[in-house]
Design a binder for this molecule. Structure first.
Ligand code: 13P
Ligand code: SF4
Length: 322
């Protein structure tokens, strides 16, 4: 297919023909497209399932009669899908779609950290490489972290990695004292408390929705702290009309689609005019790359089978417990 860029009407035709081709290729190749809520709107619209990290892992574990999974998200999400569906081809539109949080935890360093804390259960956030997962007893997502941590006895010694903000949040609501790895997400770390306070003053009726990867001071101002799916579900059931959203701004698409009568305001990034409340990794996936990826069946996520086996255990434990 000849994909040319030009005037806005040509671009519209390009977009429409890309969508048509993607739909055709999905059928022809028995492929399913999964997308995270931080993906570009047009990718969310064409996906067969959209969800938070937990939902995407669940879909990947239960998909039947499918040969190809295209993970429109970041690399660790593709790895999780591959671990849970080793017999399927798992593709990702752009292999460079990484995650700064996953990158803040390197396997040989994490191994040393575990060795320095003997007798501790290792709980890791799903935003990690497959190597970290293989060193972990049980994984969590932001959607089930509290439930899983609380499934352990109160005096269980626990290491939690890599997100210090999520770990701190779980410690504060569960009364635990987990030992935390010092990692963070570059998007959620940059939201400014001063700007949030200003925004709250300008919109006194607005409720604040925040992801637990944000710093503690911001979470203290939130009416709801939760995973992307939990924030969506809260806004859908709540009766307020206006919300300030303190997470990656891609979620506004699904918030606005499912709550058309409500107003959602993206919390501003620290620096005026920058797009740092967008995850540059998530935004690497485009409609063009999704089309190319389905057509050429690459880039493909491949994992050494032994490593995949070691990573499957803590993922399955998470799915059991959540
Ligand atoms: P969720 O599991 O809440 O969708 O979060 C994933 C993520 O990468 C947040 O930055
Ligand atoms: Fe990773 Fe942060 Fe992007 Fe989520 S928003 S995928 S944690 S870099």
């Amino acid at each position: 297919m000849n994909v040319e860029k030009g005037s806005s009407s040509e671009n519209m035709t390009t977009k429409e023909s890309l969508i048509k081709e993607i739909e055709r290729l999905k059928k022809e190749k028995k492929a399913v497209v999964l997308a995270h809520y931080y993906q570009r709107p047009e990718i969310q619209d064409i996906a067969d399932h959209i969800g938070d990290s937990l939902a995407l892992a669940r879909y990947a574990a239960t998909l039947k009669d499918v040969d190809i999974i295209v993970m429109c998200g970041v690399h660790f999400m593709g790895e999780t899908a591959k671990v849970l569906s080793p017999d399927k081809k798992v593709l990702i539109p752009d292999m460079a779609a990484g995650c700064s949080l996953a990158d803040s935890c390197e396997a040989s360093e994490f191994k040393k950290f575990i060795e320095a804390h003997p007798g501790h259960t290792v709980i890791s956030y799903v935003n990690t490489s497959v190597d970290i997962k293989a060193l972990t007893d049980v994984l969590v997502t932001s959607g089930n972290a509290l439930k899983i941590v609380e499934s352990f006895p109160k005096d269980e010694k626990i290491i939690f990695g890599p997100d210090r903000n999520l770990g701190n949040y779980i410690n504060s609501v569960s009364g635990r004292n987990m030992v935390l790895w010092d990692g963070a997400c570059h998007v959620h770390e940059q939201f400014s408390i001063e700007k949030l306070i200003e925004l709250k003053k300008a919109h006194p009726q607005a409720k604040v929705l925040a992801h637990p990867e944000c710093k503690k001071a911001l979470l203290l101002l939130a009416d709801k702290v939760g995973s992307t799916a939990a924030l969506l579900s809260y806004a859908q059931k709540d009766d307020s009309k206006e919300y300030i959203v303190v997470t990656e701004s891609g979620i506004l698409h699904e918030l606005q689609r499912t709550c058309p009568d409500k107003t959602f305001i993206a919390a501003p990034p620290e620096e005026a005019g920058c797009a740092c409340n967008e995850c540059s990794f998530m935004k690497l996936n485009t409609l063009e790359k999704l089309y190319e990826c389905l057509k050429n069946e690459q880039p493909e996520i491949k994992i050494d089978p032994e490593l995949a086996e070691a990573a499957r255990r803590p993922i399955e434990k998470m799915l059991e417990l959540s």
